[in-house]
Design a protein around this ligand. Structure first.
Ligand SMILES: [Zn+2]
Length: 342
């Protein structure tokens, strides 16, 4: 191909005057960068540079000319100054701003769905979850835990009653359990060490190992306050739902929780595999300390609990606790909280 100034050619087609549906047989001639639009008699209708060329797939090319003239042709316009070999590309470019906007909206929607979609499904599912299956889940889980993991408590009755009194005091200063009532169970669970955990209906288990190792009632109160917060803030069911399937959540929200929910909630291993998010742990630490303080204990003793766990077993060997945020950080946070409120 020569330089643009060499290129000359012509094409037959039809011309439309500006803003008119009139259709005139016409010819377009071009040389260099200039075109001439002529009628059948050779009279020049328009001349000058091409303004824009468009072609719909399978349709004629449309050449926009000065003074609003439009020239339509099925002929090949390659070589016409201003024509692009790929007319699809020029269509796309004309569409560019709208395409970009649509693409951006799709991208944002995808990100929002990825980022918040599950949160939204979980929140909706929790809102429609009735009490009965959640309470049943606590019971079913205890049966399973007693079968595979836990022994009857070795604590004497007096000590159990003392800890129950601490627990009752905390419950009086805590928000209600969303799907049931708080209850405290004592179990001897050597595999778990000094520990406590909560179930979604409000059942909280504390190990003999914790009570024997921490005679300080403030520590026990703070740990129980922390577990109560996991229940009241609905962390337990939220994490179980998160670990479940989208199918379960959609079925729940769609209206017939029945058997799907029963089956899901009966699976105790989901509960034992449960881990909380960093944010949930921080919230439970904060609320647990506050509840313990409100009930007349020193909630900051929760930091002692974390320190002792660290000293004794080290961060790496905490088992399920290791998925919790760094204990040292949490201890420091709790001390900071206590400093800020005094
Ligand atoms: Zn926790």
């Amino acid at each position: 191909m020569g330089s643009p100034s060499d290129m000359a050619g012509s094409a037959l087609g039809h011309a439309h005057p500006a803003l008119s549906s009139k259709r005139i047989a016409a010819r377009l001639d071009w040389r260099g960068g200039v075109v001439w639009l002529r009628d059948a008699d050779g009279a020049v209708l328009a001349s000058g540079p091409v303004q824009r060329i468009e072609r719909m797939p399978g349709g004629p090319a449309q050449v926009h000319l000065p003074d609003g003239w439009l020239f339509e042709t099925d002929a090949d316009l390659n070589g016409l100054p201003g024509a692009r070999p790929d007319r699809w590309l020029s269509r796309l470019e004309a569409w560019h701003p709208r395409l970009a906007a649509v693409a951006l909206i799709c991208l944002l929607a995808a990100v929002a769905l990825w980022r918040w979609g599950l949160d939204l499904l979980v929140a909706l599912a929790m809102a429609v979850t009735p009490d009965a299956p959640v309470r049943a889940m606590d019971g079913g889980n205890m049966v399973m835990i007693d079968q595979v993991l836990a022994e009857q408590t070795q604590l004497d009755l007096d000590r159990q009653l003392q800890v129950l009194a601490i627990f009752d005091g905390l419950v009086r200063h805590a928000p209600p359990a969303p799907w049931g009532e708080y209850r405290l169970l004592f179990r001897d669970i050597p595999a778990m060490g000094p520990n406590a955990f909560a179930m979604p209906g409000g059942t909280i288990v504390i190990t003999d190992q914790l009570i024997q190792q921490f005679e300080d009632d403030d520590v026990i109160a703070a740990v129980l306050g922390h577990e109560i917060a996991h229940v009241s803030e609905r962390h337990v069911l939220a994490q179980l739902y998160r670990a479940g399937s989208i199918y379960l959540l959609v079925t729940l929200i769609a209206g017939d929780p029945g058997p799907v929910l029963q089956d899901f909630l009966r699976e105790g291993n989901a509960l034992l595999a449960l881990s909380y998010s960093r944010g949930q742990e921080a919230e439970a630490d904060r609320l647990g300390v506050a509840t313990a303080n409100a009930a007349g204990h020193d909630g900051a003793a929760l930091a002692e609990f974390f320190d002792a766990l660290l000293d004794e077993i080290g961060e790496d060997e905490l088992g399920w606790l290791s998925s919790h945020p760094a204990l040292a950080d949490r201890a420091a946070q709790i001390r900071g909280m206590a400093g800020g409120t005094d």
